[in-house]
Design a protein around this ligand. Structure first.
Ligand SMILES: NC(=O)c1ccc[n+]([C@@H]2O[C@H](COP(=O)([O-])OP(=O)(O)OC[C@H]3O[C@@H](n4cnc5c(N)ncnc54)[C@H](OP(=O)(O)O)[C@@H]3O)[C@@H](O)[C@H]2O)c1
Length: 357
């Protein structure tokens, strides 16, 4: 398969600055990598957060910066030593904030052990919605407790004894309709948690119950009323809270619901009122990437990418809804504004970088 010498990329020129599309030299592969022609890339809230807010630390201060976490496409070249894939394979993987890995470009170079074959039963757009959201839910569930980048220390559902292990243990998940929350519900169901209580707009009730939620609390209920609402559902202390929203309000409400000995998993930086913190409640922030500088994050990613295709082909997991936005990399700035405004709802926006003008 021919590989062009140049490719188009979307560059963020500076912190809070504009984007620009430029033609740049294509990647030269290192051993163990594959070159993927990016046919679909997904937008995420982290794109605008790393562009405009204190989360820009994730870009490492390097501008122009490349972004884009979710990638599906075709392998067009194999690095030395790669035998698990062939040129022409349809694959998907998680991108990252680096020139090689970012999804908002026409080609990416990625380590082959963090790539998976595209599930045959899903469209390229549906597949693209998977990587970041699933990895963020999984990191929060499965990374060990009391570590940086840690999680709840739950046994993964694919490991011995993991399926159904947490029967009769309740879990509370803020934001079940978010992409991350959608997978948190499914992982909770696979672990056997019960009840699985989540918050969302009432319109998502049936959908979230079809994923495994047993109780959906309307997200317009004042957060101060949540502890009472939870007591109506279960008398068992809640020792697992996954906050897929992690605004200051939900974080503090989650801390109030959490029982001593329990763990609250955040997806954003800790904003819990310091005055009310006690040593018997653990708070941790999930890092949903196998590409960060943390061996346990990579190890979880490798374990998952060995199995991920099968989970979706056999409907063990279901992807989120997607909306394809025509216009390639050119439309990302406008589409990002929709994500930032919070008007997209329970679906992921997908662009096709090969359409870039
Ligand atoms: N730490 C990490 O590595 C990591 C990785 C990925 C994402 N994140 C963070 O995780 C969060 C979720 O990301 P995402 O991509 O999953 O989001 P998303 O899919 O864009 O979330 C949108 C959904 O969240 C719902 N929602 C918004 N505010 C809510 C609230 N207060 N209570 C309940 N539901 C609410 C919306 O409901 P309506 O439709 O009713 O408006 C909408 O359905 C973001 O803050 C993101 O930055 C962190």
């Amino acid at each position: 398969m021919s590989v062009p010498a140049e490719q188009k990329v979307l560059l963020l020129l500076q912190h809070a600055g504009p984007y620009e599309i430029r033609s740049v030299p294509n990647h030269t592969l290192q051993a163990g990598e594959v070159l993927v022609r990016v046919e679909a890339a997904g937008l995420n809230p982290s794109d605008w957060k790393t562009r405009f807010t204190e989360y820009s630390f994730a870009l490492g201060g390097v501008y122009p910066a490349r972004q884009g976490h979710d990638v599906a496409g075709t392998i067009v070249q194999l690095g030395e030593g790669v035998t698990a894939f062939a040129v022409g394979d349809k694959v998907f993987h998680q991108g990252y904030y680096s020139n090689r890995l970012a999804g908002f470009q026409q080609y990416t170079a990625v380590a082959a052990d963090l790539v998976a074959m595209a599930p045959k039963n899903l469209s390229v757009d549906q597949i693209t919605s998977i990587p970041l959201a699933l990895m963020t839910a999984a990191a929060g569930f499965y990374q060990p407790r009391n570590t940086t980048g840690g999680g709840a220390g739950i046994t993964p559902f694919w490991q011995d004894g993991g399926r159904g292990k947490y029967a009769d243990e309740p879990i509370f998940i803020f934001g079940g309709s978010s992409s991350v929350g959608h997978y948190a519900i499914q992982l909770a169901k696979l672990g056997g948690f019960s009840p699985i209580i989540t918050t969302a707009s009432a319109k998502y009730n049936d959908f979230l119950k079809s994923l495994g939620a047993t109780h959906v609390i309307d997200r317009t209920l004042p957060l101060s009323q949540l502890p009472e609402e939870v007591k109506k559902i279960t008398a068992t202390p809640i020792t697992f809270v996954y906050d897929a929203i992690s605004e200051a309000g939900t974080q503090n409400a989650g801390y109030n619901i959490l029982a001593p000995g329990g763990v609250l998993i955040l997806v954003l930086l800790d904003a819990i009122d310091k005055a009310k913190k006690t040593e018997d409640k653990e708070v941790t922030m999930a890092y949903g990437s196998p590409h960060i500088d943390d061996p346990k994050a990579r190890a979880l990613g490798v374990e998952m990418y060995e199995r991920i295709t099968g989970w979706f082909e056999s409907a063990v997991l279901r992807p989120t809804d997607v909306e394809y936005v025509p216009g390639g990399l050119n439309v990302i700035p406008d589409a990002q504004e929709r994500v930032r405004a919070g008007t997209v709802g329970a679906r992921k926006l997908i662009v096709h970088p090969q359409e870039t003008a």
